[in-house]
Design a protein around this ligand. Sequence first.
Ligand SMILES: Nc1ncnc2c1ncn2[C@@H]1O[C@H](COP(=O)(O)OP(=O)(O)O)[C@@H](O)[C@H]1O
Ligand SMILES: O=P(O)(O)OC[C@H]1O[C@](O)(COP(=O)(O)O)[C@@H](O)[C@@H]1O
Ligand SMILES: [Mg+2]
Length: 320
Amino acid sequence: MIKKIGVLTSGGDAPGMNAAIRAVVLMALNKGLEVCGIQDGYLGLHQNRIIALHKEDVSDIINRGGTFLGTARFPDFKQESVRHVAIDNLKTHKIDALVVIGGDGTYMGAKALTQMGVACVGLPGTIDNDIAGTDYTLGFHTAINTVLDAMDRLRDTCSSHHRISIVEIMGRYCGDLTIQSSIAGGAQFTIVPEKTFNEEELLNAIQLNSANKRNHGIIAITENITDVKALAKRIELKTGVETRATILGHIQRGGSPCAFDRILASKMGAFAVEILIDGAGGRCVGIQSNQLVHHDIIDAIENMTQKFDENVFNLTKTLV
Ligand SMILES: Nc1ncnc2c1ncn2[C@@H]1O[C@H](COP(=O)(O)OP(=O)(O)O)[C@@H](O)[C@H]1O
Ligand SMILES: O=P(O)(O)OC[C@H]1O[C@](O)(COP(=O)(O)O)[C@@H](O)[C@@H]1O
Ligand SMILES: [Mg+2]
C-alpha cells in the first residue's frame, strides 16, 4: 500500500499542468496519502528539490498557465547513473510512486524509471498532441484557441492589405495543432509534417487564386518544415502577391487553460492517483473516445502510434 506520492512536470510547459497537479494533490490528500512536489522536472528530482504539498499550495492555480512546480529540459536524465541519484532521492523522501506530467520525452524518462522499478504514471501534458494512447493532450485545446486568436488578427490585416499571411505553428513533428487551428481559422493552405511539402504546387495554387482575384489568405504551416520568411519572399517573387510570415513561437505555450483542458486535467490527475492506489505503476493515462483509459507506458512508447486523421486533414482542403 502506497503512503506518499510525488508529482512533477517536465519538458515544455502546457496550459492545464497546474490543474493536473492540483487534481493529483487534492485526490491524494482525499485518499489519505502524503504528496510531494518535485521542482523543475527530472532536473529537480536529480538535485533533490522536493517539497511537501498541502491543500493551500494548490489553491488559486487551476486558472493559471505554466506550471507552479517549474519544468526543465534535462538531457542528462538519459544517463542511468543520473537516474540512480534521482531514485535515491525518492527513497530518502520515502516516496512510493510518481506522477509525471509532460510530453513524449517525459514519457521516455518515466519508461526508464519504470524499468528501474519506480512506480510511475504519466499524464500527457504538451501543446503538441503528439502522444500515443490519447486523443488529446493537456494544453492542446488552449493552444488551438491561442493560435486561432492570432490567426483572426492576421486575417484582419492581410485581408485589408490584399496579402498572404503565412502562420508558423508549433507542434514539433506533429501537425495536429496546425490542422485544428487551420479548420477553425479558415486557412486557405495547410502544410503539416505528416504530408510531403511540395512548394511548386503551393506556388501554382496561389498563382491560380490570384488570377481568380483571390489575393489574400492564410497559409498555416507547422514549424520545422521550411524557413517561412524565405518562403514568403519566394511566393512574392513567383506570384506577385505581397506575403508576410509570422512565427507565433512561445506565445502558443502560455495563457490561462481553457475549460476543456482544466476539466481533462482534473479528471486525469484524479485518475492517476486512483491507478497508483490500485497498485499499478508503469501506466500512462489518456482519453480515447471520451473515456479515460490507461495503457502500459512501455508498450505505448514502443508499439503504439498516434493515428493521423486523413479525414480531418482533407477537410482543410475541402473547406476553402
Ligand atoms: N530517452 C530518455 N531517457 C530518459 N529521460 C528522457 C529521455 N528523453 C527525454 N527524457 C527526459 O524528459 C525530459 C523532457 O523531454 P522533452 O522532449 O524535452 O519534453 P516533452 O516531455 O515535453 O516532450 C528531458 O529533458 C529529459 O529529462
Ligand atoms: O521551449 P523550447 O525548448 O524552445 O522548445 C520548443 C518546442 O516545445 C514545444 O512548444 C512543446 O514541445 P514539448 O511539449 O515536447 O516540450 C514544441 O511545440 C516546440 O517545438
Ligand atoms: Mg515532446
